[in-house]
Design a binder for this molecule. Structure first.
Ligand code: L14
Length: 337
């Protein structure tokens, strides 16, 4: 079996380290692994398959001979280095929002639109969607195929790990401080996140929505290839370390019952239905953390309209929301080889 030279850009971050362990866990055929990060990570080493790999400083020559580049070092790094990698013949799987809405760049969730990945070929960019979008479309695609979705109203409850290590430390530090009756330090978010909910993820736009909310709106239409679906989102940061939760309301073209939704989703790739309210069983961020699948529960009729369903969708934002989705894209890329 052919093996591939792979680079991880942003290797020391939460998503980068998860990408490395996902490549290992899924036995991705890696020939040479190149771990790239900023100056700050100089001197660090990371383990892959029992061997220590030095972290190298990302520069313009980093992509010579690299076939697949998994990027998760922020939008401005992708904007600068993805075109350089592409020129060197590398396929960039980019986890930032830098290229997602470019018409010529595929935006892919393997369970939803694998046909957009194509074959390895020469250098180009494939975008990995936003974490909140990924888990939502994994659950909604089979329903859209069955009865057509007209409108989606989503509110998210997003973990701090989406922001990175600093934010994970900030939630832990603020929680410790408050329980010790000390003043919490506020650095990463505009307000205290411990014991709080912030209706503010990414920056605010002119229309009053956040960029995170508009990513959910626009990416959903692109991935489902249906610009007629009406989508509106409210994205909220909650004091959870790992796992995004979403309250999702859909209006469908044709009637579908909660039982039919459960039946369809129980057969859907990448989905696990947990829906026994009588036993207090429903998806929880604490259970989804560390798992690959997207979990769906609280499936019930929206009794306020003729064709409406409410549900609760949860996934590990670092895994399916980022690292796993990117590695799944790479797996499909090399399948055609
Ligand atoms: O990939 O949770 O567009 O702060 C940017 C914001 C990922 C999550 C993206 C967060 C996101 C992130």
């Amino acid at each position: 079996m052919r093996k591939y030279n792979v680079a991880v850009v942003g290797a020391t971050g939460l998503v980068g380290t998860e990408m490395i362990s996902t490549l290992e866990k899924r036995n991705f055929p890696v020939k040479e692994l190149s771990l790239l990060a900023s100056e700050r990570s100089m001197g660090k080493e990371l383990n892959f398959r029992g061997k220590e790999y030095p972290v190298k400083v990302l520069n313009e020559d980093s992509f010579k001979g690299v076939e697949i580049g998994l990027f998760s070092a922020g939008g401005s790094i992708s904007e600068r280095f993805a075109p350089i990698a592409v020129k060197d013949g590398c396929i960039v799987i980019d986890n930032t929002s830098a290229f997602r809405m470019e018409p010529d760049i595929p935006l892919v969730v393997p369970e939803v639109n694998p046909e957009d990945i194509g074959v390895l070929g020469t250098g180009r960019i494939i975008a990995n969607p936003n974490c909140s979008t990924i888990q939502m479309v994994v659950a909604l695609k089979p329903i859209h195929d069955a009865v057509g979705i007209k409108r989606i109203v989503v509110s998210t409850y997003q973990a701090v790990s989406g922001t990175g290590k600093d934010a994970v430390e900030e939630l832990a530090g603020q929680t410790r401080a408050l329980l010790a009756l000390k003043e919490p330090e506020i650095k990463v978010y505009p307000h205290r996140i411990a014991f709080n909910c912030l209706p503010h993820i990414d920056v605010f736009l002119d229309n009053g929505y956040t960029k995170e909310e508009m990513k959910m709106v626009n990416e959903t239409k692109k991935i489902l290839k249906d610009s007629s679906i009406a989508v509106t989102a409210t994205t909220v940061r909650v004091p959870v370390f790992y796992g995004h939760s979403e309250s999702v309301n859909i209006e469908t073209e044709r009637k579908i019952t909660p039982d039919e939704v459960r039946e369809i989703l129980s057969r859907a790739p990448g989905v696990t239905v947990i829906d026994n309210p009588g036993l207090s069983e429903y998806p929880l961020a604490s259970d989804a953390a560390g798992k690959d699948n997207t979990f769906v529960g609280r499936i019930r009729e929206d009794e306020s309209i003729p064709n409406g369903i409410n549900m609760w969708i949860v996934a590990d934002n670092i895994r399916k929301g980022a690292a796993l989705n990117a590695v799944q894209i790479a797996e499909i890329l090399i399948k055609g080889e």
